[in-house]
Structure formats: structure tokens, C-alpha cells
Design a protein around this ligand. Structure first.
Ligand code: NAG
Ligand code: NAG
Ligand code: NAG
Length: 296
């Protein structure tokens, strides 16, 4: 019994690190998004958030990771990622978006659509009582981050890089975790004096007036909120193949070279997730569909 408890405790302790864009990555995605909300969406988001976060969406952007192992929410576990066929480097919704038992739509792309369609009822006050729209908002905000993490759309047999054991500089890690967290933590330490706000400001600078300012208007283009997640997942698996898996083998040590060449990709995906989450929320809660990226 004691051993069982210990194992359960260990699993609970270790599990959250298995599949999640780091806390910092999710928080930055949500902060970027909230900064881009128009008044209608901003008000709806504040109404849906519990009082204790005082209107700060980013405070609950990792909620979906915290509850996924609770019995009540175990069904949400497959919603954090997509397993694609080994080396295919493509995502096909009908082929790949299912849970291990084969239940359709149970993947991160399906989840973004699901919680988007639940939230679309908010404005019309026609919400189905089965759905808790606070939870729908928190799930959408989290999964929009996850679908942008390249290794969350990875190969099946290595569980999105989780079974590829390696060293990150001098400590043990795995390829999935390098993309979830290691690159972000190394950047925070090396470039931002461990200040997440400074990192986020730098991201915001890069899409408003910096390197991505020409590109950013294309990020928010989407003519069907329910099918655009397929495109985001396709971008992720393409990046996973080109930058994540490429040249990496079990037992490798990854350091400066990998960090410096991959950090720009990680940074851009965090920003894209934020810009697109804002676009979703502005469409869902707004009066009309406006181009959301016109920073003045
Ligand atoms: C959509 O959300 C509902 C609960 O809110 C859940 O029962 C259903 O399994 C979800 N489906 C997907 C694909 O996320
Ligand atoms: C909706 O979900 C939140 C978070 O799980 C919970 O705190 C709240 O009580 C729920 N609301 C309803 C009406 O069930
Ligand atoms: C912002 O752009 C500059 C110049 O291209 C780059 O050095 C920096 O790493 C970028 N920062 C982020 C967070 O993307």
C-alpha cells in the first residue's frame, strides 16, 4: 500500500512535466492574447474568469495541465497533443485526431474547435447547460498554446519526443521537454535575467515593430475558426520535423548550437499562439469580424 501511494505520488509529481508547453510559455501566450483583446472580448473574458484571479487570464493558463490527472478530467488528457505517423511529417485530421482508443476529435486540434464552438454560445445566451464556459475559456486558452508547440504534434512511437532521452547542456532531459521548457528557461536565464515580463515585452516588440511586424498580419488570418487549428497543427509537425527531430538522436547532448538556432522558432510560436488566441476571442465575443492586428 505504501509503495502504491508512493508510486501514485511520483506519477502525479512527474506527470505534469510530460506533456505541456511550460508554465512560462503558456503565460506569455495568454498575456499577449489578453493585451490584444477588444473591449467586448475583454469584458467577456473578465466575466468568465473567477474573481480570485482579478481579471488575469494568464493566471489560469496552466489550469488544464493541473487538472488533467484528476479523475473527473482524465478524459482531457489526450487533448494536449497529436500523435502523427512516424516520419510522415504531416497532420491529417481524419487520420490523426483521435485518442489512443480511436475516439474521434480527441486531440489538440479537435479540442480548440470544441471549446471554440462552446464559447460561441456565450454571446447569444444560448449556452448549453452541459458546458461550463469558464472551463471552455481556460481549455481554449491552454490548447491554443499547445497546438503551437511543435513537439506537441510529433511522432507516435517516441510520444512527441518524450522517449528521446538526451542531455540539455549538463543535465538529463528529453526532446519533448527541451521544446516545452528547456529552451525557454535557458533564454530566460541568458537573455532576460530570469524576468518573464521582459521576455514577453521582447516578443511584443518583435511583432509590433521588430522582426515579425510584416508577417504578423498573416498570423491572424482565418476564415473558419473551427478548421484553422488543423493548419496550426500542420505548421507544428512541419517545424517538429525540420527543427525538432532533425539530427537529434537518443543519447545526444544538445547545447548552444541547438539552443541558438531553435530559440527563434520557440519565441515565434509563443507569439503566434498569443496573436491567434486573441483573434479567436475577438471573433467569438466581438460584434464583427475585424482584422485584429493593427497596433496603432
Ligand atoms: C468537448 O467538450 C465536452 C465537454 O465540455 C467533452 O465532453 C467532449 O469530449 C469534448 N470533445 C473534444 C473533442 O474536446
Ligand atoms: C465552472 O468551472 C469552474 C472551474 O472548474 C468552477 O470553479 C465553477 O464552479 C464551475 N461553474 C459551474 C456553474 O459549475
Ligand atoms: C526579437 O528580435 C531580435 C532581433 O531579431 C532577436 O535578437 C530577439 O531574440 C527576438 N526576441 C524574441 C523574444 O523573439
Amino acid at each position: 500500500m505504501k509503495r502504491f501511494v508512493l508510486v501514485v505520488a511520483l506519477v502525479l509529481f512527474l506527470a505534469p512535466s510530460v506533456y505541456c508547453w511550460s508554465k512560462e510559455g503558456h503565460m506569455m501566450t495568454c498575456k499577449i492574447a489578453q493585451d490584444l483583446l477588444e473591449p467586448d472580448a475583454d469584458e467577456a473574458v473578465r466575466n468568465l474568469l473567477p474573481d480570485y484571479v482579478d481579471g488575469d487570464l494568464s493566471a489560469l493558463c496552466v489550469w488544464a495541465d493541473q487538472i488533467r490527472h484528476w479523475y473527473k478530467y482524465r478524459w482531457t488528457s489526450p487533448l494536449h497533443f497529436i500523435d502523427t505517423p512516424d516520419n510522415a511529417c504531416s497532420f491529417v485530421y481524419s487520420r490523426d485526431c483521435h485518442d489512443p482508443k480511436g475516439k474521434n476529435d480527441m486531440c489538440v486540434a479537435g479540442a480548440v474547435s470544441n471549446f471554440t464552438s462552446q464559447l460561441l454560445h456565450y454571446k447569444h445566451g444560448t449556452s448549453d447547460r452541459r458546458y461550463n464556459l469558464t472551463e471552455a475559456l481556460l481549455f481554449l486558452s491552454h490548447f491554443m498554446g499547445d497546438v503551437h508547440q511543435p513537439m506537441h504534434v510529433g511522432f507516435t512511437s517516441d510520444e512527441g519526443g518524450n522517449t528521446i532521452q538526451l542531455h540539455w547542456y549538463r543535465h538529463k532531459s528529453n526532446l519533448h521537454h527541451v521544446w516545452d521548457r528547456e529552451i525557454i528557461l535557458t533564454a530566460l536565464k541568458d537573455y532576460y535575467d530570469k524576468d518573464v515580463d521582459a521576455f514577453q515585452k521582447d516578443l511584443e516588440h518583435n511583432y509590433t515593430s521588430g522582426a515579425w511586424s510584416d508577417d504578423v498580419s498573416t498570423w491572424g488570418v482565418c476564415d473558419d475558426l473551427l478548421s484553422c487549428p488543423t493548419r496550426y497543427a500542420t505548421e507544428s509537425i512541419n517545424l517538429a520535423c525540420k527543427w525538432g527531430y532533425d539530427g537529434v538522436n537518443d543519447g545526444d547532448t544538445l547545447s548552444e548550437e541547438y539552443f541558438e538556432s531553435r530559440f527563434p522558432i520557440v519565441a515565434k510560436r509563443i507569439a503566434q499562439g498569443g496573436v491567434r488566441l486573441a483573434m479567436y476571442l475577438n471573433h467569438i465575443f466581438g460584434e464583427h469580424n475585424r482584422d485584429i492586428i493593427s497596433p496603432t
